[in-house]
Design a protein around this ligand. Structure first.
Ligand SMILES: O=C(CO)[C@@H](O)[C@H](O)COP(=O)(O)O
Length: 229
């Protein structure tokens, strides 16, 4: 009988794309093999940067009806945007636990009730113990490998023990890494056990997006395969 296992999925972050061409850029990423789109929502409070909100996601959804949309909510008040993002057609609502540490569980419930998957995100300074009790209420844990707020930063390899701990204890959990992930850093992520890979500048800035996405996938799939033989 085939062992059940996690699947590798590559989700480009569109943060550093030409946002005036968001539909075309998103289409191109999906045509080049992306499994989902990672949409970085920043409110200028939780992080010192501002991007876009549910109105833009809704427009994108109208043009791209079928792709899996993950919103990475880098916002101070994630409760506030659950309904608007569900209405905009978001598939997975990934929020940071830091500003809402006492309300994580009710927020997870509300996200599910609104029809979206739940992702819980951890900043680099947040230890895994902060999320442990909520893992069973989430579909995915996002381990940030840069300080959230900007694309193009240096990958923090010292976040890999968090990924390793999660994979060791939760063999079937979706574990995402985000920040500075590209061809030079994917092996560390894959070996630690990440299966959902967010790539920003490494994919958006590539001349050949298809081959970068394929290489990232190959590295992750070969690690998943090694763990299963
Ligand atoms: O959430 C963030 C940054 O806050 C990320 O999604 C980055 O936008 C990824 O970009 P690279 O670090 O891969 O360039």
């Amino acid at each position: 009988m085939q062992k059940s296992t996690v699947k590798c999925r590559i989700g480009p972050s569109i943060l550093n794309a030409d946002l005036s061409q968001l539909h075309a850029e998103s289409r191109r990423l999906l045509d080049n093999g992306a499994d989902y789109l990672h949409l970085d929502v920043m409110d200028g409070h939780f992080v010192p940067n501002l991007t876009f909100g549910h109105p833009l996601v809704k427009c994108l959804r109208k043009n791209i009806p079928n792709a899996f949309f993950e919103t990475h909510m880098m916002v101070q008040d994630p409760q506030k945007w659950i309904e608007p993002m569900a209405d905009a057609g978001v598939s997975q609502y990934t929020f940071h636990i830091e500003p809402v540490i006492k309300e994580v569980l009710p927020i997870c419930r509300k996200v599910r009730e609104a029809g979206m998957k739940v992702g819980l995100a951890l900043k680099p300074g947040t230890g895994i113990e902060a999320v442990r009790q909520y893992i069973d209420h989430a579909d995915m844990i996002l381990i940030m490998t840069v300080e959230p707020g900007f694309g193009g930063q240096t990958f923090m390899a010292d976040m890999m023990p968090k990924v390793q701990w999660l994979r060791h204890n939760y063999p079937l959990l979706d574990i995402e890494v985000d920040g500075g992930v590209g061809l030079n850093t994917i092996t560390a992520c894959a070996e630690a056990g990440a299966n959902m890979i967010v790539g920003g500048t490494a994919i958006i800035g590539a001349c050949d997006q298809r081959s970068v996405i394929a290489s990232l996938r190959e590295t992750v799939e070969s690690s998943i395969h090694k763990c299963n033989v």
